[in-house]
Design a protein around this ligand. Structure first.
Ligand code: GCU
Length: 835
């Protein structure tokens, strides 16, 4: 006899993996009632590979799933029907619409009622309209609407930083869905599902490979692979683009000619690129275009041959032009610098390189500019390059993948950050000139422009590695369509679609999201000092001193008395002066520079008073404490939703939020300790360096354990940890407790290294209380570390443990692989205490 799975017997909700993202089409709860919805779907003029066909299928699937209503798809006219197609096809079949409808490229018209009409300016516009209609139904909105919606900008792309070996640079959601072993994977099911998600938020192209590109992508075999990817995504209206390696012509690409040069002005190079481009378009007739990272971070480019970046970009523009493709040319070009030069500034690089070239780029080139002048930091001013290119198409580059922002193990809802840039008024020529109007092409009357975001989804069932991070992906699409949309509303909408309509659920998750970026900024780097992460290693945990004394130019210039980059014209790097005059004047002056960018623009004493009245150093302490305190509440807020979310997604997210609670304390203590140590200025509230509820592991009785000096020092409480004497033998730490008897949450701070999974057992009076493993590399997707440092440091908490004064407390650690069961400290917390 076959056994029925338990959920079938008891009618329990199926666990959800997150694979459908916000397109779950969950059945509406019985509390919602709705008017009758047409049972016929009329799909106009379509072939199976067309987005209009997909729209019909999607409508049928969605209505069945959300409302439990079957629909019949046909080409025949029906009075009560949902008609989907292009506007032109509609007019041909039904005659003119009663309303006058104006649609821009990719736009749609949606009119609901007993006859619902969904019409696209083009085929994918019709699909976008269908997704919009389904989103309404899934959220229980049944009011009749009639409106046109068109995207703000033509370019709404995502970039994947996938390598051909299947790894993803700065990807935290598993391996590539596109590539493995040097070529395109056979099974493209996930690629099709990705295209569906992308189309549902209006994304029209994806660059499938890393900006640090590999020439082997251009072999005939791989071009055919790209063709398969394009064929898979085409029914969703998502075009494929690729990132190019500038020196490909001389890289010995299999099946292509091999030249001795890659000089962009050399005729043989010009011919090489036009041949390769031709081959690609033969297989992928609708290829979107190329993305090029040149002369940046070791990548070759035109400067190698004393050619300008514009000449480099135009090489590709000319090859693409006959096929209608475009070149996204990255402005992320900078050199290594010397910190002893007070005027040196990486933030100046993009304007230095690109402003003189304004007007020299072909019309199908778009300069792709990171939102800030450095590199996806937690707070940056808007890149001044947006205001310096009058005769050049531009696009903004955002990052959904949270490289410097917690790598998807910290909850950080990014749209409020993006909003500070998109809505920033550059005051070009003393006129209103919002960044989103510049990139849409409106301000400077440019034919092209828009958005790119590094997304880096992977094979993980959650796509990004974390369920809640998907809100960033969703919101990116919504904002690229309409940058004026309210980021709170977007989040509420995403939550309804992803988790359900219950208002408590929507409010709680949205509240957590809105608190998350400010909290992360507070505990990772505030006042515009940048994310104080380890810029030389994994960009994840704290390591403030890694910013300085190297050529990367992400400097803080912190010394014993002062901190911050002087970017003024009067005394500093001159960067403030690269903005239009009204903005430049604000940043030039300390008194008008907003506090949250103070250290970005000014070099000041730690005792400098902020507008809030606090000193810089006290603000540091307070912000780190307050940010970490907020992060403690996320898991608790989430836990109030236990009965409202399926177990799988609930538990997976809970695990991350608990991790974040612990790691935010690692951040808080590291940054506070570091600046306390450098400045010698005490915390007015006496929290920094004062931890009454902790027991340092090195102060306990050690058996088979030895003291270890951690580097960077500030990532260990009291600078030290303990590790087992060798990598094989179990050791123990123990001590007698002198805390008053009571019920405690016991936190253990330890280091969870990549390359081993140590086992730990907690004992009270020789009785086992809890066990755990240092195995987070198996389920937290952030870049792991092989050292005891701010990346591997974490806290695990055991709640509600009864402890008596005089108890003997101990931990037995068993090393594994390279991980010597490292322990930092234990902390005993009565309700309401945080230490
Ligand atoms: C950052 C990131 C790199 C990436 C680069 C880029 O520096 O750390 O991994 O290649 O940006 O955007 O090109």
């Amino acid at each position: 006899m076959q056994l029925l799975p338990l959920f079938a017997v008891f009618g329990l909700a199926l666990a959800e993996t997150g694979i459908n993202g916000w397109l779950r089409y969950a059945a509406l709860p019985s509390s919602v009632s709705w008017p009758s919805i047409p049972k016929h779907i009329v799909v106009l003029n379509t072939t199976k590979t067309s987005p209009v066909y997909t729209a019909g299928q999607e409508l049928q699937r969605g209505i069945q799933s959300i409302l439990g209503q079957g629909c019949h798809i046909s080409n025949d006219k029906h009075e009560e029907s949902i008609v989907v197609g292009t506007l032109d096809a509609y007019v041909a079949a039904y005659g003119k619409l009663n309303e006058s409808v104006e649609l821009k490229g990719d736009g749609y018209w949606l009119s609901t009622g007993s006859k619902t009409v969904i019409l696209g300016q083009n085929e994918r516009g019709a699909l976008y309209g269908a997704f919009e209609y389904l989103s309404m139904l899934a959220q229980g909105h049944f009011s009749t609407v009639s409106y046109a919606s068109s995207p703000d900008a033509p370019i709404r792309w995502v970039n994947q930083w996938d390598n051909l070996d299947g790894s993803i640079e700065r990807g935290f959601g598993g391996a590539s869905i596109f590539f493995a072993n040097g070529t395109v994977v056979n099974d493209l099911t996930r690629v099709s599902e990705y295209a569906r998600l992308l189309a549902s938020v209006g994304i029209n192209a994806v660059v499938v490979n890393n900006v640090n590109a590999n020439a082997t992508l251009l072999s005939p075999h791989n071009i055919d692979g790209l063709g398969r990817i394009a064929d898979t995504m085409r029914p969703y209206g998502v075009q494929v683009g690729i990132a190019l390696y500038f020196a490909s012509p001389s890289s010995g690409v299999q099946g292509q000619a091999n030249l001795t040069t890659f000089d962009p002005l050399d005729p043989s190079v010009v011919t090489w690129w036009s041949n390769v481009t031709e081959q690609i378009y033969e297989r992928v007739p609708d290829m979107a275009g190329y993305l090029v990272k040149a002369n940046s971070e070791g990548q070759p480019g035109p400067l190698t041959y004393n050619r300008t970046l514009a000449e480099g970009a135009n090489l590709f523009a000319k090859a693409l032009q006959p096929h209608g493709g475009i070149v996204m040319f990255r402005a992320f070009v900078y050199n290594q610098l010397n910190e002893s030069d007070w005027k040196a500034d990486r933030a100046n690089a993009a304007v230095d390189f690109f402003k003189p070239l304004d007007g020299q780029f072909d019309d199908n080139v778009v300069v792709q500019i990171k939102y800030g002048p450095i590199d996806f930091q937690v707070r940056e001013p808007a890149s001044p390059l947006f205001a310096n290119l009058y005769h050049t198409n531009t696009a903004i580059e955002l990052q959904v993948s949270q490289e410097y922002l917690g790598q998807q193990t910290h909850l950080v809802y990014l749209p409020p950050l993006w909003d500070t840039i998109l809505g920033f008024d550059m005051r070009v020529d003393n006129q209103t000139s919002l960044v989103h109007d510049i990139i849409s092409g409106r301000t400077f009357d440019r034919p092209l422009g828009g958005y790119a975001a590094v997304v880096n989804v992977g094979t993980n069932q959650t796509w990004l590695g974390s369920h809640l991070s998907m809100a960033n992906f969703y919101a990116y699409g919504r904002l690229a369509w309409n940058p004026a949309e309210d980021t709170t509303k977007i989040h509420e909408e995403w939550t309804r679609l992803t988790f359900g309509l219950d208002p408590q659920l929507v409010n709680t998750i949205t509240n957590m999201a809105l608190e998350s970026w400010p909290a992360y900024e507070n505990y990772s780097g505030n006042l515009g000092v940048q994310t104080l992460t380890d810029i030389l290693y994994t960009h994840f945990g704290p390591n403030p001193q890694s910013q300085d004394n190297n050529g990367w130019g992400q400097w803080t210039r912190a010394d014993h008395n002062t901190i911050g980059m002087d970017r003024t014209v009067s005394n500093g790097t001159g960067y403030a002066g690269t903005y239009p005059p009204e903005v430049a004047a604000i940043y030039e002056n300390i008194s008008t520079t907003p506090d949250n960018l103070l250290l970005w623009f000014h070099h000041v004493p730690y005792t400098q008073q902020l507008k809030s009245g606090k000193t810089v150093i006290q603000h540091f302490y307070d912000a780190h404490y307050s940010g970490a305190e907020t992060a403690q509440t996320f898991a608790t807020q989430w836990q109030t939703l236990a009965s409202k979310i399926d177990t799988q997604r609930f538990n997976e997210q809970l695990c991350r939020l608990k991790y974040q609670a612990g790691h935010s304390l690692v951040w808080r203590d590291a940054i506070c300790n570091f600046y306390h140590n450098v400045s010698g200025i005490a915390d007015e509230l006496n929290r920094v360096g004062n931890h009454p509820w902790r027991i340092e592991a090195e102060s306990m009785t050690l058996k088979g354990y030895k003291q270890y000096t951690v580097s960077p020092f500030e990532t260990a409480s009291n600078y030290h940890a303990v590790v087992t004497s060798d990598n094989i033998t179990t050791g123990s730490v123990s001590t007698t407790l002198h805390f008053p008897s009571g019920i405690y949450d016991i936190g253990v701070n330890f280091y969870d290294l990549y390359g081993g999974e140590s086992h730990f057992e907690m004992l009270i009076n020789n009785k086992g209380v809890a066990t755990w493993r240092g195995d987070s590399e198996d389920y937290l997707g952030h870049t792991p570390s092989i050292y005891l440092d701010g990346h591997s440091a974490r806290r695990i908490t055991f709640e509600g443990v009864a402890v008596k004064e005089g108890d003997v407390f101990g931990i037995v650690g068993t090393p594994d692989g390279i991980e010597p069961a490292p322990l930092d400290y234990m902390v005993f917390l009565l309700k309401g205490v945080l230490d």
